[in-house]
Structures are given as structure tokens and as C-alpha cells.
Design a protein around this ligand. Structure first.
Ligand SMILES: [Zn+2]
Length: 232
């Protein structure tokens, strides 16, 4: 059962189209897994439409991605209205072909991004953690998969920018609780935590990290290497 959801402000921004798209990606992945938030989003859609009208501000990035998001949203709506829609040849074609079981059942929006990224390259961060960047063409957010091995303990770390995590496979825990598939977590800068994957299976998360303020000036070269964020 999903216990952690985006807050109403974030859902409202998502519904209004004013949420930065990298965060929209994470919200969209969560919505696909969470009927409760899909319903809430429908409600907010109506409120947002009434409040903002036709002239709603658009601060999201590339036009191509907006179109992709719009198309997925429409498809999601159609599927929700129609219940479990049967697979069409078009839909079958869109399915990510991947023999890796951890990637077999990704939310559609993530599957599409993976398809457009090409074969994933996993970078070993530690014995417990591998990461794979997803190409987005955006400078302000780093979008990546984080893959923790069974029972793997990730080194304690803090967050330099806001970070959203959506659990896509398996589960992990930290000092505050256990997080399962679909759970949506927002970490603020300065939050410190130490995730541990459960013993029975690997864990896959989508992470969207806001770029920290870039340090420039004479000492920038010294400080920048310690920032974890590197634009795609
Ligand atoms: Zn939810």
C-alpha cells in the first residue's frame, strides 16, 4: 500500500502545468501507481482549470516533452475511464523491451523516457548502489535510476537540492520508515538519511534532484567537484 504521496500544492502545480517537468515526471510516475492521487488530481484539474483559465503560466521546459506528457496524460485518462484497456499493437510497440526484471513493469512515462534514452549504463557508486542517468536535456534537474542491491546499505548522505524519490521496484527503509513501490518522497536540502534495501529483493528508485547553486569564482574549481550534481 502506498503511504507517501505528493502534497496538494505539487498536485495542483502538476494539474496546472506549472510544475517543472522533471518533477512532473516523478508525479506522473506516482499517479500511475496511485489511484488515490489520480482521483485527487482529477479534482484539482477542475479547480485549477476554473482558477487559472486559459492563460495559465507555462514554465516547463521543452515543447517536445510537454507534448509527450500531454499525450501520456490523455492516454492515462482514457485508460482510467475505460478500466483496464486491452493491449493494442501501438501500445505493445511502446513497451520497453528489457530482460532485466527490475525494469519490466515501469510506469509508462518512465518506460518512454528509458526508450528514448537507449540502453541504460549503470555506474557503480558503491557495493550497494548503482545509478543510471536518464537523458533529459534539462540543466536544472538530474533524473536517474538508483538501484540498491538486496539488503544494501547506502552511505549516509544529505541533500544539496530538493530531491524527489519514487520507489519503482522492491522497497527500502531509513530511520523514518519503510517505502514501497509507488511511494513518493520529497527531501529538502540538508535532510540526512541512510536508505537500506529490504533483504528479499533489489530496490529501484527514480530520483529527481534539483541542481544546487553553482559555485563560481576563484575557489569554484575546488568546491564544485564535491557537488554531486552534474547536468546531463
Ligand atoms: Zn498518491
Amino acid at each position: 500500500m502506498i503511504r507517501h504521496h505528493p502534497d496538494n500544492n505539487m498536485l495542483l502545480e502538476y494539474a496546472a502545468g506549472s510544475l517543472p517537468w522533471a518533477l512532473s515526471l516523478a508525479v506522473s510516475a506516482h499517479l500511475q501507481l496511485c489511484p488515490q492521487c489520480r482521483q485527487q488530481r482529477e479534482n484539482l484539474d477542475n479547480i485549477g482549470g476554473a482558477l487559472l483559465g486559459e492563460g495559465a503560466p507555462q514554465t516547463v521546459g521543452s515543447e517536445a516533452f510537454d507534448q509527450l506528457m500531454g499525450r501520456i496524460d490523455r492516454e492515462d485518462k482514457q485508460e482510467i475511464e475505460a478500466g483496464e484497456a486491452p493491449a493494442t499493437p501501438e501500445r505493445a510497440q511502446r513497451t520497453v523491451r528489457n530482460t532485466d526484471p527490475i525494469l519490466a513493469d515501469l510506469p509508462k512515462v518512465i518506460g518512454k523516457l528509458v526508450s528514448s534514452t537507449g540502453p541504460l549504463k549503470w555506474k557503480r557508486v558503491s557495493s550497494a548502489l548503482r545509478t543510471s542517468r536518464l537523458k533529459t536535456g534539462q540543466d536544472h534537474y538530474e533524473v536517474a535510476f538508483q538501484r540498491i542491491c538486496r539488503g544494501g546499505k547506502v552511505a549516509e548522505h544529505d541533500h544539496r537540492g530538493r530531491e524527489v524519490t519514487v520507489v519503482l521496484y522492491g522497497s527500502f527503509s531509513d530511520s523514518e520508515g519503510v517505502y514501497r513501490r509507488g511511494d513518493f518522497l520529497l527531501r529538502e536540502p540538508g535532510d540526512v538519511h541512510r536508505p537500506i534495501a529490504t533483504q528479499d529483493q533489489e530496490c529501484l528508485c527514480l530520483s529527481v534532484v534539483e541542481a544546487p547553486v553553482k559555485v563560481t569564482g576563484p575557489l569554484g574549481w575546488l568546491i564544485n567537484p564535491f557537488l554531486s550534481f552534474r547536468p546531463a
